[in-house]
Design a protein around this ligand. Structure first.
Ligand code: PMP
Length: 427
């Protein structure tokens, strides 16, 4: 049994010694001390079904034995920076990762986070094109450093940075967007930004395949291919942010962009790549990668032996345990059950997403789409009391984000939906 500090002890220390910007879920926040596959355990040994996975971070399952063993064995042998000497783990993982990507996407730069990966991708696009303007979507999340925060357009983050060189295009949001599901109409906004707001040439366009923090928003069909044409014509690069939607999560494909029939020039990744260990990557073509040789570029810990050993184990486990198939089968089942629940509860305005990246939007009025901001907090608390943890997000904070470890089962889905059903009925 756990005998460490309690939730109360930790809250006291946090208040005194940690950044006041740190937030937590639940009126009585949880002290999580153990994890095993799709379950988390609190200080009292109480088990919770984890339907959030630290924001789509754990893909194989918490403390997956094979990933753990790879980390432990490499830690015993060597943990080190990635500069100046050779080590095989970084090269092996780069090769394995490149083999999972289409076209000429073969050259990998490792980073420590998704933010760093997107910062690097934006810099590469600017260096390669000699242009500064980048177009990103309203309601996107790309990171918390100067450049990426500029490319982020979120209620909670929009005041923290002075933007330069980023234009925010209309969000092709089928549920709330002005053009509904007509992707090509939204894409015209990107062309107009190029025409009216830039020299006519741009550095690039960055987008998630399904917006995660923004509340599991699927881009309207036809949007990405149409934008891709405009961006190419303006000399820009297409950056796919796969930080949440990558690594088999969407089920039908290994990468989210593959569901949109486009091949990006640059792909960024993090979160699932290391099953919870800090790691990120940027993958691009040999030609584009050359721009970083003009000056010095390195990253002390990006791709270090322990993290890349974990990454290699993740790819092995995804394959061996057929987790992409599982994400597809279980995700489709769960989505069907959630759709059925929508028939029963008026407050469920929308059910969306793919594979094990699903969203449930709560509204107090289906026609007005009034965000059920207070209600969602009650439901979340009630679900926690019944042993289910789920994420929350979206511009109005009224969307459940369901992004569990990919080992989630149909039985877990049944339990999740039953608990959600009871919690909604109690409102
Ligand atoms: N891109 C996306 C799509 C994300 O969801 C996030 C994190 N929520 C990031 C980038 C930034 O990643 P990190 O927090 O690892 O810097």
């Amino acid at each position: 049994p756990y005998e460490g500090p309690t939730a109360t002890d930790i809250l006291k220390k946090r208040a005194e010694f940690l950044s006041p910007s740190m937030f937590y879920f639940y009126r009585k926040p949880l002290n999580i001390v153990d994890g095993k596959m799709q379950y988390l355990f609190d200080e009292h040994g109480r088990r919770y079904l984890d339907a959030f996975a630290g924001i789509a971070t754990v893909c194989c399952g918490h403390c997956h034995p094979e990933v753990n063993e790879a980390i432990i064995e490499q830690t015993k042998r060597l943990q080190h920076s990635t500069i100046v000497y050779l080590n095989h783990t970084i090269a092996d993982f780069a090769e394995a990762l490149a083999s999972r990507l289409p076209g000429d996407l073969k050259v990998v730069f490792f980073t420590n986070s998704g933010t760093e990966a997107n910062e690097l991708a934006m810099m590469i696009a600017r260096l390669y094109t000699g242009c500064h303007d980048i177009i990103s979507l309203r309601n996107a999340y790309h990171g918390n450093a100067a450049g990426t925060m500029g490319a982020t357009a979120q209620f909670n983050w929009k005041f923290n940075v002075i933007q330069s060189g980023v234009h925010h295009a209309l969000n092709p949001d089928p549920y709330r967007g002005v053009f509904g599901s007509d992707g090509e109409k939204y894409a015209r906004d990107v062309q107009e930004i190029i025409d009216f707001g830039t020299s006519g040439q741009v550095a690039g366009f960055i987008s998630e395949a399904i917006q995660g923090v923004g509340g599991i928003v699927e881009l309207a069909p036809g949007y990405l291919p149409a934008v891709y044409k405009s961006i190419k014509k303006a000399g820009g690069l297409f950056i796919a942010d796969e930080v949440q939607s990558g690594f088999a999560r969407t089920g039908s494909h290994f990468w989210g962009f593959e569901g949109h029939d486009v091949v990006p020039d640059i792909v960024t990744m993090a979160k699932g790549i290391g099953n919870g260990i800090p790691l990120g990557a940027v993958v691009t073509t040999p030609e584009i990668a050359q721009v970083l040789t003009r000056r010095n570029y390195f990253n002390t810990f990006g791709g270090n032996p322990v993290c890349t050993a974990a990454g290699l184990a993740v790819l092995r486990v995804l394959e061996k345990e057929k987790l992409q198939d599982n994400a597809f089968v279980v995700g489709s089942y769960l989505k069907d059950r959630l759709k059925a629940l929508q028939e029963k509860h008026e407050i469920i305005g929308d059910v969306r997403g793919r594979g094990l990246m699903l969203g449930v939007e709560l509204v107090t009025d289906r026609r007005q789409k009034t965000p059920a901001k207070a209600e969602i907090l009650h439901v979340m608390d009630s679900m926690k009391e019944m042993g289910v943890l789920v994420g929350k997000g979206g511009f109005y904070g009224n969307v459940f984000r369901i992004t569990p470890p990919l080992c989630f089962t149909k039985e877990d889905s049944d339990f999740f939906v039953d608990v959600l059903d009871i919690s909604l009925s109690k409102l």
